[in-house]
Ligand binder design. Structure first.
Ligand code: SF4
Length: 496
């Protein structure tokens, strides 16, 4: 049975809600006669009127209406976290289907929720969004939304998402655009399935709907803000799943050669702003240098989808090395662990830092034993993989004073699903790896501090210095010790 209303968790002392007699444990049913769906909807409904009538259900079954003069603002209620919606798809490349067995339950959740898409930039195939939900997005101005398109051709899309009802993604996108909503889009590219003419058609059809057009059918409406192309990621755990080809280095190299010029051509036709975006993984898999800053959008659109992370890191390193702060690395003897794809780039930059400052940073690309060799991104390394890599490095090169792990390997505990909450402010980063090993356990095993690296060398230095002042991190909110921007990555984000 559908949940009725939203539970009140706490009431701000002295706030309007408390003054109106609302208590923790009550359920908020309606605002001004409209059913309250969730927290975002609650905020929206309150913003519509200067005075609001809140229909409340008490735990004993009685109901009453509380009248508040809120002037369109909040009334001092903290509501229960919303249940995350799950997708209705069966994508041929679904990462959840390729997870090894035995990890905690929450990691197998096939979440797909437009609220998370709006709040955190998670991509949604829109399979759980019917017409009513699309109307809601339009009404509440939840813009932009992040949409996984994969292919605009209906037959091919059905093959990709494994759901005969979900071929017509353009109909849903057009519904949003007509309502003035902007969308960021992505294609996960599978060789032989949605490359060639399928990719060209997808690119052209989304390009025709690009945002900020002043002429044509989409002028004055919502638009497609960007389209990213991400190579498919396969793990070693595909027993019983469709046999699909991986993007190997040769394929990635050919793709980069073919589409890098097109990114620039489309940017030129889009007043200089890059619109077509290629994920970093194309370049790391092809083992070619990532392009310069002008290849990426001014706002680093789709950064958390793995677009431009490497370039941004290189830019930040260049600037950092020119600051006096860099000298504080002098004399530090540290091992930096990362995924195999980013290791050569990080090693090159660490060598520059060493030359400049007299530090002794070295880099090891950790093999992913948990998910398989084909997984080379840092974010999916488990504690056991990092432990193995650190031991192997010590045997070969000797001891270090500290070991640095990619921040993306640490889970962001953000709510009842162990992954997400719509309460952004209650997000709490804990020092736990995917396989439940903690930072402290790894540090105890290695006999040296283990530090999350943050986004760049400047943050890394701050983290090292902060760790020298702290004692153990287990159970602590790491944002109290380290930079929040270097920790609170939404799960699913690809990080080098
Ligand atoms: S890839 Fe995403 S949309 Fe597709 S089946 Fe997996 S969780 Fe669902």
């Amino acid at each position: 049975m559908a949940q009725r209303g939203v539970k009140v968790i706490s009431v701000v002392p002295g706030g309007l809600a408390e003054g109106a007699g609302i208590r923790p444990g009550d359920t908020l049913l309606e605002i001004n006669g409209e059913k309250v769906l969730d927290q975002l909807n609650y905020q929206f409904l309150l913003s519509q009127e200067d005075e609001s009538a809140l229909r409340i259900l008490r735990a004993d079954g009685t109901e009453f209406t509380a009248l508040v003069e809120n002037g369109g603002d909040g009334v001092g209620l903290d509501l229960a976290a919303d249940e995350v919606k799950v997708c209705k798809q069966n994508c041929v490349f679904c990462f959840v289907h390729q997870m090894p067995k035995g990890y905690r339950k929450s990691l197998y959740l096939k979440d797909e929720d437009i609220r998370l898409s709006f709040l955190y930039g998670h991509f949604s195939t829109l399979s759980s969004s019917d017409g009513a939900e699309l109307d809601r997005i339009v009404r509440e101005r939840l813009s932009p939304i992040h949409v996984s398109v994969h292919a605009t051709d209906p037959e091919v899309r059905v093959r990709l998402v494994g759901n005969p009802k979900e071929g017509h993604i353009l109909r849903k996108i057009d519904h949003l655009l007509e309502g003035g909503i902007d969308v960021h889009t992505q294609v996960v590219l599978v060789p032989g399935l949605n490359d060639g003419w399928v990719w060209q058609k997808t690119l052209d059809e989304l390009w025709a709907r690009r945002a900020f057009q002043t002429e044509g059918p989409w002028a004055g409406k919502g638009g497609v803000l960007s389209l990213s192309c991400v190579p498919v990621g396969l793990t070693a755990h595909r027993e019983g799943l469709p046999d699909i080809p991986d993007v190997d280095p040769a394929y990635a190299k050919a793709w980069v050669a073919a589409w890098t010029p097109e990114v620039r051509r489309r940017a030129e036709a889009n007043e200089g702003e890059p619109w077509l975006l290629l994920a970093d993984e194309w370049f790391t898999r092809a083992a070619v240098e990532v392009p310069g800053r002008d290849f990426y959008s001014q706002s680093w659109a789709q950064l958390e989808n793995g677009v431009g992370m490497v370039r941004r890191f290189l830019e930040q390193t260049r600037r950092f090395l020119a600051t006096p702060k860099a000298a504080r690395f002098q004399g530090r003897n540290i091992l930096l662990l990362t995924g195999a794809s980013f290791a050569p780039i990080l090693a090159r930059e660490a060598a520059r830092l060493n030359r400049k400052t007299g530090a002794r940073l070295r880099v090891a690309g950790a093999q992913n034993f948990s998910f398989g060799d084909t997984v080379t991104v840092a974010g999916l390394l488990c504690g056991s993989d990092l432990k193995y890599a650190a031991h192997a490095d010590r045997e070969e090169h000797g001891p270090v004073d500290a070991v640095v792990v990619p921040s993306a390997t640490l889970r962001t505990h953000t709510g009842p699903t162990d992954q997400y909450t719509l309460h952004g402010q209650s997000a709490k980063a804990e020092g736990t790896f995917l396989d439940d090993m903690t930072l402290d356990q790894l540090a105890a095993d290695l006999g040296v501090p283990v530090i999350p690296g943050g986004e760049n060398f400047s943050q890394l230095l701050d983290h090292l210095e902060a760790a020298e002042r702290a004692t153990g991190f287990t159970g602590k909110d790491l944002t109290r010790v380290f930079h929040a921007s270097g920790l609170n990555l939404p799960q699913g984000a690809y990080n080098p």
